[in-house]
Design a protein. Structure first.
Length: 81
């Protein structure tokens, strides 16, 4: 089992990061694989409903969404902070 933890806060070491660390520690004690993805100030465009992702399996905007998309598909769980 694998769980993705998404830190959407612009503060790398803030309260959200600390809360996600606690969740990650608890999951790892249960032998659950984890990965933390820090969004921080990375470029992510809004969806323009072009449906390109439906046919090409990736966004027309080459940003963090294309990098993280396969990780979402492989994950069994998701925690967003």
């Amino acid at each position: 089992m694998k769980v993705l933890l998404i830190n959407g806060s612009p503060h790398a070491d803030g309260c959200v990061a600390r809360a996600l660390q606690e969740v990650e520690t608890t999951l790892q004690k249960q032998k659950i694989e984890t990965e933390v993805i820090n969004i921080l100030n990375k470029d992510i465009r809004g969806c323009i409903a072009c449906n390109s992702c439906k046919f090409h399996k990736k966004c027309v905007f080459d940003d963090l969404v294309n990098e993280v998309g396969p990780k979402f598909e492989a994950a069994d769980g998701l925690v967003v902070g």
